[in-house]
Design a protein around this ligand. Structure first.
Ligand code: ADP
Length: 161
């Protein structure tokens, strides 16, 4: 059988309801979804990669998403894809602001690994404006983020302070 596995790479610092929305959608379309926590050198980390993996694992386990797995990688995404023999990448499209960066990412990844195909999904309208950066900003000012992140993430945020 030709099973379709897709990799959903990102910083997930921290995972938000927007990320979860995409994970659930993808789990219904693909046979297997691997949520891959990678380092984004352009973003200052708030949670460690291990903490992000732990949060994602809890979120997925509590929602019984049986075909979703979590992994981490500290190198280039294309090297992970080649290693695992997977060519499908999932990314989210929110506002137009995502487009430029994503366009760059697709073409660069294709140059390095021509088999790459990227699939974009849009979240529910409730989350189109939501980003991890926004959540971090609210947290920094001690605001309430319970409407924006899964409950598992709230516990990690509380423990950070
Ligand atoms: P990165 O640093 O790789 O952009 P993010 O964790 O910010 O990592 O985002 C990972 C992926 O999840 C990106 O494709 C991004 O567009 C998508 N994403 C982030 N927030 C949302 C959201 N609210 N709704 C849908 N997709 C989202």
């Amino acid at each position: 059988m030709n099973t379709k596995t897709i990799i959903y790479p990102g910083s997930f610092d921290p995972p938000t309801n927007g990320h979860l929305d995409l994970i659930v959608r993808a789990s219904k379309i693909f046979d297997k979804v691997i949520v891959l926590v990678v380092q984004n050198i352009n973003k200052k980390p708030f949670f460690s990669i291990d903490e992000r993996v732990e949060m994602l694992k809890l979120i997925i386990k509590n929602r019984k998403l049986k075909n979703v797995f979590v992994d981490q990688y500290r190198g280039l995404l294309v090297d992970y894809l080649k290693e695992k023999k997977i060519n499908l990448i999932l990314r989210g499209l929110r506002a137009v602001s995502d487009f430029d960066y994503e366009f760059q990412m697709v073409l660069t990844n294709r140059k390095m690994y021509p088999k790459t195909e990227i699939i974009y999904l849009m979240p529910d309208y409730k989350w189109v404006y939501l980003s991890s950066s926004l959540v971090k900003e609210i947290v920094m000012y001690k605001g309430d983020v319970s409407k924006f992140v899964p409950k598992e993430v709230l516990k990690f945020i509380k423990n950070k302070y």
